[in-house]
Design a binder for this molecule. Structure first.
Ligand code: BES
Ligand code: MN
Ligand code: ZN
Length: 511
């Protein structure tokens, strides 16, 4: 885990492997962002032109390395792009939080293998410091558990993440700055915990193993943890979770984590899709569609990480978290297309396609969560390929049974630095799920099938409960080149949104 310190040291005198400065696109060329004055001085005021000579333009995602002149203790200076100079740029700051986060993430990523870096980026407020800290700690992430014996073997093994980040220009004795740094550490460690779970191969992360991890981490952070195993699930009538899990040698689990606060006025319920591997079941996925399906538990990883983060932050809001864990496999005991499942809510579902399994496990968990009448339920799931087609790989869809809540979730995501987009639940798509045999089928019209999935879930939300559904199938798992603070593999999508949502509920400005 990368360490973070707020430092009052001067950029020139601090011992570090590298100094990170911000550069931006100005009207007349490259501009060095505030915070790097001492570094510029060591370059005799020529830092911008030297960086420009080396090809820097200030564009987001860019990292330009320079050898340090005498007068700087750190041997290397790295200029990271912040994008265009903001219109409201002031002497100290004015850069958008997400620009700071991404620039810090890029810097931390290119510094993999280094011991210590000093970040001299523009900080005008505690919020800026928090954003830089978040970007750095997320960008430094690497999943190396299965490479080179898990250690830097020195013979081609993986590079270890940047070990220490010192933020210059942050005020270590100022309460607001200290709180921002502590929040950034808690939230990013939990995002990285979600990433670890997602990246863990499915032969190791079975439903039982996930439940064990959740139990240990939950207890460590003062949460109440309850686990229903396969026998309890059958006995309890959880037909959806049992039906999806029955084809696998690795039986399903339903995990409940409860966080309560004595001063809480509201309760938020979080429900996560935790398919530890989605082969499609008897409706088997074709080759090419299953190599990354270990990521199908990203929703469960996100809600789990979020509730732990809320506990670490001690927020005055109650949060209950439900992990619907199963492995979707084909076998002689698997659910067949044509089978009818009796769900926990009592409704019957005709399974026409065993690859539409996420909605089946979520339906049981949503109904269970509804029994406690929380003020709001948010479910998170890698639910449909259709949402990836609609919104691409960086944006999750937000559906809800309440327009104001959907808007609030979308806006909260934006504040947290996560891209989302509101999607409708058109009532006319419901009839496509009519079944001649059961109350509903798990398949509907192909067109708009991401919304069809949302409409299916809505049937399992208790009467009168505010509910939102996040389909993170696009952003949950990043397959192309890393950018900003986003690595390859599990991203931890939606964790920051959920934490911010809990913060808003705690402060009484939501729900
Ligand atoms: N886990 C998949 C959805 C998915 C696709 C997640 C791509 C991440 C990336 C889900 O269980 C699934 O298979 N959905 C089907 C539903 C269909 C059978 C109605 C889909 O989207 O094709
Ligand atoms: Mn599936
Ligand atoms: Zn799935």
């Amino acid at each position: 885990m990368t360490a973070l310190t707020l430092s009052t040291a001067g950029a020139a005198t601090l011992r570090a492997d590298a100094l990170v400065v911000g550069v931006a696109k100005g009207a007349k060329g490259l501009v060095v962002a505030p915070g790097a004055e001492a570094v510029d001085k060591a370059f005799a005021g020529k830092l911008a032109s030297v960086l420009e000579t080396m090809g820097a333009s200030g564009a987001e995602g860019e990292a330009t390395k320079l050898p340090s002149p005498s007068g700087l203790k750190a041997p290397v200076v790295i200029g990271v792009g912040l994008g265009p100079v903001p219109e409201n740029a002031q002497k100290t700051a004015g850069y958008a939080a997400e620009s700071l986060r991404r620039a810090a993430g890029t810097a931390a990523r290119v510094l993999a293998g280094s011991k210590k870096a000093a970040f001299a980026l523009p900080i005008g407020s505690a919020e800026d410091a928090g954003a830089i800290a978040e970007g750095a700690l997320l960008g430094a992430y690497a999943f190396t558990a299965y490479q080179g014996g898990g250690k830097d073997s020195g013979n081609g093994g993986p590079k270890q993440p940047l070990a220490e980040v010192a933020l210059l220009g942050a005020k270590p004795r100022d309460k607001a700055y200290k709180a921002a740094a502590e929040r950034a550490i808690a939230v990013t460690e939990e995002v990285n915990r979600a990433r670890d779970l997602i990246n863990t191969p499915p032969n190791d992360l079975t439903p039982e193993a996930f439940a064990a991890v959740a139990t240990a981490a939950g207890k460590e952070n003062g949460l109440k943890v309850q686990v229903l195993d396969e026998k309890a699930l059958v006995k309890g009538g959880f037909g959806g979770i049992v039906g999806v899990g029955q084809g696998s040698q690795n039986p399903p689990r339903l995990v409940k984590l409860t966080y309560t606060h004595s001063k809480a006025a509201k309760t938020l319920a979080l429900v996560g899709k935790g398919i530890t591997y989605d082969s499609g079941g008897i409706s088997l996925k074709p080759a090419g569609h299953n190599e990354t399906m270990k990521c199908d538990m990203s929703g469960a990883a996100a809600v789990f990480a979020a509730v732990v983060a809320v506990a670490r932050l001690g927020l005055p809001v109650n949060v209950t978290c439900w992990l619907a864990l199963a492995e979707n496999m084909p076998s002689g005991s698997a659910t067949r297309p044509g089978d009818v499942l009796r769900m926990y809510s009592g409704k019957t579902v005709e399974v026409l396609n065993t690859d539409a399994e996420g909605r089946l496990v979520l339906a049981d968990a949503l109904w269970k969560a509804s029994e406690e009448k929380p003020d709001a339920i948010v479910d998170v799931a890698t639910l449909t390929g259709a949402m990836v087609l609609a919104l691409g790989h960086r944006t999750f869809g937000v559906m809800a049974n309440d327009d104001a809540f959907r808007t609030a979730v979308h806006e909260t995501a934006g504040e947290a630095g996560e891209q989302s987009w509101p999607m409708p639940l058109p009532a006319e798509l419901r009839k496509g799920m009519d079944s001649p045999t059961a109350d509903i089928s798990n398949m509907g019209e192909r067109m708009g099938s991401g919304l069809v999935a949302g409409l299916f879930l809505q049937e399992f939300v208790g009467e009168g409960i505010t509910w939102a559904h996040l389909d993170i199938a696009g952003p949950a798992f990043h397959e192309s080149a890393p950018y900003g603070y986003t690595p390859k593999g599990g991203t931890g999508s939606s964790v920051r949104t959920l934490v911010k949502l809990a913060e808003r509920m705690a402060s009484g400005d939501l729900g």
